[in-house]
Design a protein around this ligand. Structure first.
Ligand SMILES: NC(=O)c1ccc[n+]([C@@H]2O[C@H](COP(=O)([O-])OP(=O)(O)OC[C@H]3O[C@@H](n4cnc5c(N)ncnc54)[C@H](OP(=O)(O)O)[C@@H]3O)[C@@H](O)[C@H]2O)c1
Length: 124
């Protein structure tokens, strides 16, 4: 089964690497990409959208968010609201934000993995 991925923050330091990694993966497919300044350009075979709402017009299984602290919560809640699972890499969310995301995800039955630091040592 191929998992359809949308990268929010596609042109960023992390997002660019994720775009390459998804393109090189055998079981992941790039469904969408979000970034404001490069909106309208094509990367990894998909058009970059200015908003997550626009990107999710294409069927998507998982949004991976590496945007900015001021954007991430809105994007995560938006994806959950549309029944799309989320991996949150963006830092800056607090305990109250995680609690709100947890409630929304449970209410919708949507999976969310969130870690402000995905480094192996931090995860361990
Ligand atoms: N979890 C981890 O292990 C880990 C590791 C590294 C970084 N991080 C975190 O990940 C986040 C991203 O880091 P980075 O270094 O990749 O940042 P970056 O290079 O500044 O990239 C941010 C990306 O998000 C886009 N963006 C910003 N605001 C947006 C918005 N409102 N709507 C749509 N796109 C938006 C930017 O494009 P436009 O400005 O053109 O929209 C750009 O593509 C930061 O919070 C950082 O702390 C976490």
């Amino acid at each position: 089964m191929t998992i359809r991925i949308c990268i929010a923050g596609a042109t960023g330091w992390v997002g660019r690497e994720l775009m390459r990694a998804v393109a090189a993966s055998e079981d992941l497919a790039l469904a969408g990409a979000v970034a404001r300044r490069a909106a309208g350009e094509v990367a990894g075979g998909v058009k970059i959208s200015a908003t997550l709402d626009a990107a999710l017009a294409t069927p998507t299984d998982v949004v991976v968010d590496y945007t900015k602290p001021d954007a991430v919560k809105g994007y995560v809640l938006h994806a959950i609201g549309r029944g799309v699972a989320v991996v949150v890499g963006t830092s800056g969310l607090g305990a109250d934000d995680y609690a709100e995301i947890d409630r929304a995800a449970r209410a919708k039955g949507v999976g969310v993995v969130a870690a402000g630091n995905f480094s192996l040592t931090a995860a361990l």
